[in-house]
Ligand binder design. Structure first.
Ligand SMILES: Cc1cc2nc3c(=O)[nH]c(=O)nc-3n(C[C@H](O)[C@H](O)[C@H](O)COP(=O)(O)O)c2cc1C
Length: 196
């Protein structure tokens, strides 16, 4: 079921602006009560801070712990230049088997039931470092809720590409894609709508 939130906020000049957030209402095996009782983690990769902002607000709204997927080698501005076919991000995204290394900051996935997983949309899918994360830990039997930020795209190929990195017992769902930063209230509204 598709839903659309329209949030009103003030931009940096104090002018009112409207943010449209398209999302899919999720239909989990978990009841709403089970969802809110479960131990939750918000994990995310963010190259320039937009997804990090979203992740912190989701974690606050969901009462979840926060985990950043840090690349072993941070992305420079030049690495992120999608107009350069030879930039690091272009080369990684052209090679579906690329698995950029994650910095050594381990997380114990076994203690969580629900894992939010956030990332910026790159070339109409998730950055391949998100596959590295999924393949590094055991997500069997877990519920993984995707969220993403983008310039204008939706999830596009993200779910199909990420599902290849988990076992068939992982329940992975598209959550929400947003464009730019949203205020905490918008995130709270989304988190509150989960599990209905
Ligand atoms: C290499 C690269 C590829 C991108 N590809 C897309 C895309 O396919 N569609 C889109 O709408 N935005 C695309 N973007 C824009 C990012 O998704 C957007 O700026 C995102 O909010 C950045 O999040 P971050 O600050 O957490 O890294 C791309 C950005 C980069 C750096």
């Amino acid at each position: 079921m598709k839903c659309e939130f329209i949030e009103k906020s003030l931009d940096i000049y104090g002018k009112e602006s409207y943010n449209y957030i398209n999302c899919t209402k999720l239909n989990f095996a978990l009841s709403k009560e089970e969802f809110f009782m479960s131990k939750k983690l918000v994990s995310y990769f963010s190259a320039s801070g937009v997804t990090a902002d979203a992740a912190a607000k989701i974690a606050e709204a969901a009462g979840a712990e926060l985990y950043e997927i840090c690349p072993a080698v941070p992305y420079t501005t030049a690495d992120l230049n999608w107009q350069d076919p030879n930039s690091r991000s272009s080369l990684e995204m052209k090679d579906k088997s690329s698995r950029p290394a994650i910095a050594d900051n381990p997380v114990d996935i076994s203690q969580y039931d629900v894992i939010f997983l956030g990332f910026p949309v790159w070339w109409y899918t998730a950055p391949t470092i998100v596959n590295t994360f999924l393949e590094k830990y055991d997500f069997s039997g877990k519920t993984v809720i995707l969220f993403a930020t983008s310039g204008s795209s939706g999830f596009e190929n993200s779910l199909a590409d990420l599902e290849k990195s988990v076992s068939s017992s992982t329940v992975m769902k598209e959550g929400i894609v947003i464009h730019g930063k949203q205020d905490s209230g918008a995130w709270k509204k989304w988190v509150d709508s989960l599990g209905v």
